[in-house]
Ligand binder design. Structure first.
Ligand SMILES: [Zn+2]
Length: 344
């Protein structure tokens, strides 16, 4: 493969960091690749990210610092047949998709790196080429420091699994503007969230009142059919109100529930709704509603474990079920330690 060795004034600070830094970067890249191997969907964009990470890893393992690549190098890596002139256009399109996919996976990539004991995580990066217009962009892996996490890193015992959190950004279309980056319960959002609940309650209350008036007014409920229609109407509205409010009351109690189907895009499965606590350094702590997905690698067969409702066997609990052996490979779920113990 042709490598574009870039000598710009952006340079490589990494060069001076020596062996220790290489070990950290290798750990971060391995975590990056592990994450993608376990939880990825096969898309061209993610294949680009994996190839970039793989090429960087191979260099580090040979004792050479990571480098930058141009679009033709990358097309080469993933076996994309484009002419020398087509690569730039092809990759800039793919890169847009990649940025979106990576953002969804950032927490997961960080989790895996943290669990592997790394202090940095790998992140694919696009930089404008030196020399301005006409000089195509360069692509590389950069290493970012892991943000502090409230959750402790607990090493799993034999047979246990460790969950990572993927951030899912595909809510149902109507919820998309609200949940793009989570729904912080502060300011006007908090007010409108509470107002929404009050409106639903008022609507149900109003329906019941209306029904009661109607049933007591001979003009409006003169026949058995009228009575039946009114009663059905009241029951339906109560049921709708209950269905809307129940998840939120569960969430307030439990902090993490399976997301109601209406909130989640069709293509997304195994999604949870989480009421997380944010503690920004310079602000009051607040709660944020978030669509997330906790997953793990099955300790028995290596397939992916997703959270599901415990149903009758594990009432009131979320349990991890292996996607290939959902009846037998079942794990508990601890949101704090991220550890799952086998339940069979
Ligand atoms: Zn399994």
């Amino acid at each position: 493969m042709n490598e574009t060795v870039v000598q710009g004034n952006s340079g490589f600070e990494i060069n001076e960091l020596g062996e220790g830094a290489f070990a950290g970067q290798i750990a971060a890249l391995k975590a990056f690749l592990d994450f993608h191997q376990q939880f990825d969907r096969e898309t061209k964009a993610l294949a680009v990210a994996r190839a970039l990470a793989q090429a960087s890893l191979e260099r580090l393992e040979k004792g050479r610092p990571v480098t930058k690549y141009n679009s033709a190098n990358i097309a080469d890596m993933v076996g994309q047949k484009v002419g020398p002139d087509g690569a730039t256009g092809w990759l800039s399109k793919v890169w847009k998709a990649l940025e979106q996919s990576l953002e969804e996976r950032r927490t997961g990539i960080q989790d895996v790196a943290r669990q592997a004991g790394a202090t940095i995580y790998a992140w694919p990066k696009k930089a404008q080429g030196a020399g301005g217009a006409g000089n195509s962009s360069e692509y590389s892996i950069e290493f970012l420091s892991l943000p502090a996490s409230e959750a402790p890193v607990v090493a799993p015992l034999a047979g246990e699994i460790t969950y990572v959190q993927e951030l899912t950004l595909k809510p149902a279309f109507w919820a998309r503007p609200l949940f793009k980056k989570g729904f912080p319960l502060k300011g006007w959002r908090r007010t409108s969230f509470i107002a929404f609940g009050v409106v639903v309650l008022l609507a149900v209350g109003g329906t019941l009142l209306l029904t009661w008036i109607a049933l007591n007014n001979p003009k409006l409920s003169s026949s058995t059919k009228d009575v039946a229609v009114w009663v059905l109407f009241a029951m339906m509205m109560s049921w709708i109100g209950y269905s809307i409010l129940k998840p939120f009351s569960d969430l307030a109690d439990l902090r993490l529930i399976m997301a109601p189907d209406v909130m989640v895009g069709f293509s997304e499965l195994n999604v949870q709704l989480e009421l997380a606590r944010e503690r920004p350094a310079d602000e009051e702590p607040f709660r944020v509603l978030r669509l997330v997905r906790y997953s793990a690698k099955c300790a028995v067969c290596g397939e992916t474990v997703h959270l599901a409702d415990g149903k009758r066997e594990f009432p009131g609990r979320l349990v991890g079920r292996c996607s290939e052996q959902p009846r037998e490979h079942v794990y508990s779920f601890d949101r704090h330690t991220r550890i799952g113990k086998p339940l069979r």
